[in-house]
Ligand binder design. Structure first.
Ligand code: MG
Ligand code: MG
Length: 322
């Protein structure tokens, strides 16, 4: 047996061990989902979906980890919007695995949409997978360890399953609607902070650099600095949302991120951890809206009132009519 065969088999074994550990802790493959999505789609096997999503995220995570200190071949989707060969390779391998397991499902990936000139396909009622193979590409390029694989599943356009995996910190967040949320197999829940002035909030600076968008972002930063304990901007929408689910952050918001692949999986994780997911101005969260606010219920509700007073920039996605 050559050295490469040995390496490949060892990697496969370690991944299998990780998956066995993951499912033995909090996501038993024999547990049944009793949520209403299950009754809406009686043929959907959430156990298989979760298993395959974790396995696909682990495979992609291994690729990201292997490239972490060597990958520097950067392309530009926009002035500040980076993409690497690793993003594309990871999307391909995630799609290959999920499409083999669920050939009847629909698939939407960040890099596939980018390759179609940014045109998002029509999202239907069928089970639909949303994949961000590498959320936090700028962090990846700079070696800042706040990047992840983000996988989400919707049924009837409603997020029902999420897996977010940071290969550098070794953290896997996961949730199925109705079953709670976990971090590496252990249950997690949102924080219990109630006062805005005691809350730690995160947002993102995004990739828009026109003056009006920058002004709108800075106005939101200002109101947060004035009303919250402090503000963070670490470079990954999905990781920030999982930070809320784990109680590390009390709220997170972003307007104008890339697409539903950034937030569909994490939205399930936040909700199953006891948090709210909504529009930053307080309306209903829409998976294709490119706008999100999540947090523990008290802080999220209070922060939405503060943010609703700040006008969106003209080039930002606007709040849905209420
Ligand atoms: Mg992303
Ligand atoms: Mg990405």
């Amino acid at each position: 047996m050559g050295i490469w065969s040995s390496v490949i088999i060892r990697k496969a074994r370690s991944r299998t061990t990780r998956l066995k550990t993951f499912f033995s802790r909090g996501h038993s493959p024999t547990a049944r989902s009793d949520d209403r999505q299950g009754s809406m789609s009686p043929s959907l096997d959430f156990d298989s979906c979760l298993f395959e999503a974790v396995a696909a995220a682990s495979e992609a995570g291994d690729e990201i980890k292997a490239a972490w200190f060597v990958e520097r071949d950067v392309e530009y989707k926009g002035e500040c919007d980076l993409v690497t060969a690793t993003d594309k390779k990871c999307e391909d391998l995630i799609f290959r695995r999920l499409q083999a397991a669920f050939p009847e499902h629909d698939f939407v990936g960040e890099e596939s949409v980018a390759a179609a000139n940014g045109v998002l396909p029509t999202i239907g009622d069928a089970p639909t997978w949303f994949v961000d193979p590498l959320d936090g590409t700028t962090n990846f390029v700079h070696g800042y360890p706040f990047s992840c694989v983000s996988i989400g599943l919707t049924v009837h356009k409603i997020p029902v399953l999420g897996v977010v995996l940071n290969p550098i910190t070794g953290e896997t967040f996961a949730a199925v609607q109705g079953r709670g949320a976990t971090l590496n197999g252990e249950r997690i829940s949102v924080s219990s902070v109630t006062d805005l002035n005691k809350s730690l909030v995160a947002t993102e600076i995004g990739v828009g650099r026109d003056a009006e968008t920058v002004d709108a972002i800075m106005s939101r930063v200002r109101v947060c600095v004035e009303t919250c304990r402090s503000l963070r901007a670490s470079g990954s929408c999905a990781m920030n949302m999982c930070g809320v689910a784990a109680g590390r952050l009390d709220a997170f918001f972003e307007i104008g991120f890339g697409g539903p692949w950034d937030c569909v999986g994490a939205a399930v994780i936040v909700r199953e951890a006891g948090g709210l997911v909504m529009d930053p101005h307080g309306g209903a969260f829409q998976i294709t809206g490119r706008r999100v606010l999540c947090g523990n219920p008290q802080v999220a509700t209070k922060l939405a009132k503060v943010l609703a007073a700040v006008p969106d920039g003209p080039l930002e996605p606007h709040a849905p009519a209420r």
